[in-house]
Write a protein that binds this ligand. Sequence first.
Ligand SMILES: C[S@@+](CC[C@H](N)C(=O)[O-])C[C@H]1O[C@@H](n2cnc3c(N)ncnc32)[C@H](O)[C@@H]1O
Length: 222
Amino acid sequence: MPCCGDYGVLVDERAVVRELTRTASPPLVPEVRLRLAEEPFATWTATRADDPPFWAFAWAGGQVLARYVLDHPDVVAGRRVADIASGSGLVAIAAALAGAAHVTAFDVDPLARTAATENAALNDVVVEVVQADVTRTPGLHEALQTADVVLAGDVCYDPDMAPPMLAALRACAARGAKVLVGDPHRPYLPRGLASIAEYDVPETGNLEERDTTRAAVFVLRN
Ligand SMILES: C[S@@+](CC[C@H](N)C(=O)[O-])C[C@H]1O[C@@H](n2cnc3c(N)ncnc32)[C@H](O)[C@@H]1O
């Protein structure tokens, strides 16, 4: 199925993901295997897609959230979990490994949907993967409306995206879901959120251009 305009040889989404990545583990989450790229800009050029290949990297916010969930399985065990802006699917996979009853991963990017599907299979877990814009209301997917736990890794990197994303997350919190956000203290993260865990994330994928990135798991309330 063509997916990337004039992509040329790589016209199949799964072929794109496999061709541009290799199997590796994020440094903070060695128990999870993902299809990961080594460098963002060359990878983006190769996709010829409009959107950057977020799905080819394990972002610091996602890594800390996955680490937290794996170290505190009681947060998700037996619960319905949604991972929004799931990228590679790292956080969703961690939730499934930690014993969630059902996990749905949402991302707006079709290549992220493919990557998360591939990565769930790599880790032998079941994750429902949905391509959707989670900021679109009304019409939020049922799995997002009914999730007991909503997880979001690294969703405050863009000044236009952060406010609607946070509004969608706060709507989940308002109806009673537990909402956890993993974030490396990006400028568009609201100040004053309660941090429940902090980690130093070793650099991977030349994303942050420093050896380690301090990132935290925050509780978001409505
Ligand atoms: C920085 S990446 C984080 C990926 C993953 N959570 C992680 O931490 O590794 C942000 C992701 O948000 C997705 N995204 C951006 N806007 C979105 C929206 N409105 N609805 C769903 N996903 C969105 C992007 O496609 C991208 O995969």
